[in-house]
Design a binder for this molecule. Structure first.
Ligand SMILES: *[C@@H]1O[C@H](CO)[C@@H](O)[C@H](O)[C@H]1NC(C)=O
Ligand SMILES: *[C@@H]1O[C@H](CO)[C@@H](O)[C@H](O)[C@H]1NC(C)=O
Ligand SMILES: *[C@@H]1O[C@H](CO)[C@@H](O)[C@H](O)[C@H]1NC(C)=O
Ligand SMILES: *[C@@H]1O[C@H](CO)[C@@H](O)[C@H](O)[C@H]1NC(C)=O
Ligand SMILES: *[C@@H]1O[C@H](CO)[C@@H](O)[C@H](O)[C@H]1NC(C)=O
Ligand SMILES: *[C@@H]1O[C@H](CO)[C@@H](O)[C@H](O)[C@H]1NC(C)=O
Ligand SMILES: CC(=O)N[C@H]1CO[C@H](CO)[C@@H](O)[C@@H]1O
Ligand SMILES: [Cu+2]
Length: 626
């Protein structure tokens, strides 16, 4: 089987369409993505990873708003592959959304498929990733959308340089195995390191030799636009640069009112465009990404901090540098702007959840001409609880609370998602009106039982939650007519967990009206809705033991994945499908599937379950040193 290396071929080609009479001619931005496996060495160990064009992170796609994109995906890996263009609205183009068995049959090993989509009405940073469970840890890259009228039309001072900052994880284990075990609630693998732009940084070493770290050269006085992406599977991160402040100007390719902060919390699936001015004293400064986690009784993971360095390229000294810097100096350390050791930022605590809560609560959208109005009238109300539960391995009744007879799963309104197993994608079944659609289970508009959702006594697997734990498995879907204004409240629960949940909706942006801690109470909380300038996001961070209220309009026919962007919750079933019906006209109806659409078929590389079952943690324990 061909699997190891790959030629680093393939550049992006841009063809200008001479016939278009737009302000800046719309272009077709074309890429070839060869997905293959290669060995990468970190922490004294070679690991076989699945990557695009031999790169980790994968290639950035850079477009101008209004451009068309064509990405030729050639699958030389042993896995079924789809690529999702995270945050791209894909209007009337659900076929290109890249969710396996939902919007398309996957691209089988040794097959290829060309994704075609237009990027319109969005500016800023998005990203792409494989929508194959867990494999997105190494199959991802930036998708950068610049304004049609050039960088001088940014609604903020024109940056001197633009830099993608991709926060990720380094895994020393077969990611297909991680997924299989998550789905069978054998959640025994964790990443080995965090990364910035693929580099582990100097907190990690191989036999005392430090890992490379990402280095950003800055010139004094210049302004940098950092396009920060959280591509990690497991954690929200706190991101900081010692001695510098950030001005957040966009998130999820939507502009926000400039918001100044010294720390950027970023959950998996979120993207943040932030300006940094090189206004500190010339020297070296650490850029740090710290994953946060829920406190006990949640199981605790080792804290995998990563860091890179910002270094000033010459000695021109700005006036206020020294003063701005003194408060960031490492306590008791030898660090200094001109010393050998870079200055270290003081990070929030790993258990701090309020820094993320306040940050997200402070975002508002920027007033500008393209901004869509917030729907004032609501046609449909949904209230969705997020938590954990369990299903029996066999039959209807079984012992729970951690017993081997049941499997712990992640839930929405007391259902966990069952991926469809038909011989076509659901979207084809929907489009051709085939019978498969009858097997879908309706996602209830509200949880079947009202309980004290955020009572911390429900967190551990114990007597208090035992009555609530049984749940059902089904292919969950909710239908909407075209053009409905939907209000959706996500309620985090303490059901066997106290995690936050970054909820991602495909094909639509959401107006984020309000958030709160504890239980949502319409009588009290509707009054707090921001209907004037709410931020517009494709991924909303539902706070730990709290809630978020959003509105969106179902203006894009198709079947859209709605799921938690923590990969462990996704693999464990925190997913539902939003089916948006066709509207009355040609311009509001889903067109037929594109040419050469993949057909479902058997690949010859199917790994038997037995393999994953037999691979016990003990056999790979050397990876984690125990
Ligand atoms: C893609 O597949 C088609 C047939 O399925 C084949 O003709 C073509 O050569 C393939 N392209 C690449 C780049 O592998
Ligand atoms: C993209 O835009 C072009 C030019 O307007 C149009 O011909 C094409 O159908 C669009 N493609 C998709 C997938 O929407
Ligand atoms: C904005 O942040 C400040 C502190 O950082 C906090 O006190 C305030 O409550 C936040 N606002 C919202 C709406 O979350
Ligand atoms: C829910 O539980 C919390 C924590 O135990 C408690 O403070 C609150 O009063 C409870 N709410 C209701 C409505 O029982
Ligand atoms: C979920 O449904 C099951 C079966 O009806 C019930 O036993 C359980 O209490 C429900 N749990 C929640 C959280 O609603
Ligand atoms: C790959 O996808 C096909 C459907 O096209 C499916 O039959 C097969 O089981 C999948 N293989 C794996 C390893 O998931
Ligand atoms: C993987 C590796 O070699 N890690 C080493 C990093 O450095 C510390 C202390 O110097 C060692 O204990 C680790 O084994
Ligand atoms: Cu989640």
């Amino acid at each position: 089987m061909e699997s190891r290396s790959l030629p680093g071929v393939v550049a992006a080609v841009v063809f200008f369409l001479s016939t278009m009479a737009l302000p800046a001619a719309a272009a077709v931005v074309e890429h070839t993505f060869v997905v293959s496996q290669m060995n990468m060495a970190h922490l004294c160990k070679e690991t076989l990873v699945t990557v695009v064009n031999g790169q980790l992170p994968g290639p950035s796609i850079e477009v101008t708003e209004g451009d068309s994109v064509a990405v030729h995906v050639v699958n030389k890996s042993p896995y079924n592959i789809t690529i999702h263009w995270h945050g791209v609205k894909q209007r009337l183009n659900c076929w290109a959304d890249g969710v396996p068995m939902i919007t398309q049959c996957p691209i089988l090993p040794n097959h290829n498929f060309t994704y075609r989509f237009n990027v319109t009405g969005q500016e800023g940073t998005l990203w792409w990733h494989a929508h194959v469970p867990c494999l997105r840890a190494t199959l991802h890259g930036a998708l950068i959308i610049r304004p049609r009228h050039g960088p001088s039309s940014y609604p903020f001072p024109k940056p001197d340089r633009e830099i993608p900052i991709v926060i990720g994880e380094w895994w020393q284990v077969d990611l297909a195995l991680v997924d299989w075990r998550l789905r069978h609630y054998l959640a025994d693998y964790i990443p080995s390191a965090s990364t910035i732009n693929g580099k582990l940084g100097d907190l990690y070493n191989c036999s005392g030799v430090m890992e490379d770290g990402y280095v950003l050269d800055m010139e004094p006085g210049k302004t940098y636009l950092l396009r920060v992406i959280n591509a990690a599977l497991f954690s929200e991160y706190y991101f900081k640069i010692a001695g510098h402040k950030f001005t957040v100007v966009a998130t999820g390719a939507n502009y926000v009112s400039p918001y100044t902060t010294d720390v950027v919390p970023i959950a998996p699936g979120e993207t943040m465009d932030v300006l940094v001015v090189a206004d500190a004293a010339p020297g070296r400064y650490y850029m740090v990404a710290l994953p946060n986690q829920s406190p006990k009784p949640e199981p605790q993971s080792p804290v995998l901090i990563t860091r890179g360095t910002v270094q000033y390229s010459n000695n021109h000294s700005p006036s206020n540098g020294e003063a701005a810097l003194s408060s960031y100096r490492e306590k008791g350390g030898a660090g200094g702007p001109s010393g050998d050791v870079p200055v270290t930022p003081e990070m929030p605590d790993q258990h701090d959840r309020m820094t993320s809560f306040y940050f997200h609560g402070n975002l508002t959208s920027l007033h500008h001409s393209q901004r869509l109005p917030v729907p004032a009238q609501v046609d449909e109300h949904l209230f969705i609880t997020l938590g954990m539960g369990s299903v029996c391995r066999q039959g209807q009744s079984c012992r729970r609370s951690g017993s081997d007879e049941s499997i712990v799963v992640a839930t929405m309104n007391n259902f966990t998602f069952q991926p469809p197993t038909a011989m076509t994608s659901l979207l084809e079944a929907h489009y051709y009106n085939s019978g498969t659609m009858d097997t879908l289970q309706q996602l209830p508009d509200a949880p079947p039982r009202v309980f004290n959702f955020t009572d911390p006594a429900l967190i551990p697997e114990g007597p208090k939650e035992a009555q609530l734990e049984p749940t059902s498995k089904a292919t969950l879907a909710r239908r909407f007519r075209y053009g409905a204004a939907v209000e959706l409240v996500f309620q985090g629960t303490a059901m066997m967990q106290s995690e936050s949940n970054p909820m991602h909706l495909h094909g639509h942006d959401m107006f984020v009206l309000a958030q709160g801690l504890g239980n949502y109470d319409a009588a009290r909380d509707v009054a707090r809705y921001n209907l004037v300038d709410p931020p517009v996001l494709n991924t909303v961070q539902v706070p730990s033991l709290g809630w978020v209220a959003v509105r969106f309009v179902t203006d894009n026919p198709g079947i859209w994945y709605m799921h938690c962007h923590y990969e462990f919750h996704l693999s464990m079933g925190m997913t539902a499908l939003f089916i948006v019906e066709d509207g009355p006209t040609f311009d509001t109806s889903l067109p037929p599937p594109p040419a050469n659409f993949p057909a479902c078929g058997n690949d010859n590389n199917h790994v038997p379950d037995q393999f994953y079952l037999q691979t016990r943690k003990s056999e790979v324990s050397h990876i984690y040193g125990g």
